[in-house]
Design a protein around this ligand. Structure first.
Ligand code: MN3
Length: 200
């Protein structure tokens, strides 16, 4: 059973004017698809081919000889999670249990925005910023390149991709504007709340 390339959870132009159909065409249609193809090629006829993506990631994490499998598996997982971390007319403040937990664990929404923006801005080179549940508490983290909370025993709630391919066509070098746009207009708090509820 080969690993699959999931469709976007919305139309390719659904995030315009913030993220263009052109960006999603390259990012989902080329970058994400290539990680899936690479992962299938690297795991073909091995015992990893029948495992879940999460199990593959954890089976090869930290094994330098299997870094290629880790990188492609983690990038498949991270990108699927990223598409779901956005929605048309998203952004702004979360509500309900998630908002209460952000207040309790992170000191409120404004502090979350500050921490998430700092993590996403200061991730040097390629990587990701995350809102995760770690040991029952919310944390804002960043990971380099393909690294993923899946490999660190954390439950991911929301992510932003800060590899240049995620924003360069729409924002050029202005990563902070992309991050601000994600928080103001794209973040899918329903998805984050569902992830929190599933983990609680
Ligand atoms: Mn990407």
């Amino acid at each position: 059973m080969a690993f699959e390339h999931p469709s976007l959870p919305y139309a390719g132009n659904a995030l315009e004017p913030h993220i263009s159909a052109n960006t999603l065409d390259f990012h989902h249609g080329k970058h994400h698809a290539t990680y899936v193809t690479n992962l299938n090629n690297l795991t073909k006829d091995t015992d990893l081919a029948d495992k879940s993506l999460e199990d593959v990631i954890n089976a090869v994490a930290g094994d330098a000889a299997k870094a290629g499998i880790f990188n492609n598996a983690a990038q498949v997982w991270n990108h699927t999670f990223y598409w779901n971390s956005m929605k048309p007319n998203g952004g702004g403040k979360p509500s309900g249990d998630l908002a209460a937990k952000i207040d309790a664990d992170l000191g409120g929404y404004d502090k979350f925005v500050e921490a998430f923006t700092a993590a996403a801005t200061t991730q040097f080179g390629s990587g990701w910023a995350w809102l995760v549940l770690d040991g029952g508490k919310l944390k804002v983290t960043k990971t380099a390149n393909a690294d993923t909370p899946v490999a660190h025993g954390q439950t991911a709630l929301l992510t932003i991709d800060v590899w240049e391919h995620a924003y360069y066509l729409d924002f050029q070098n202005k990563r902070p504007v992309y991050i601000g746009t994600f928080l103001e207009s794209l973040a899918n708090w329903d998805f984050a709340a569902a992830n929190l509820a599933a983990a609680s």
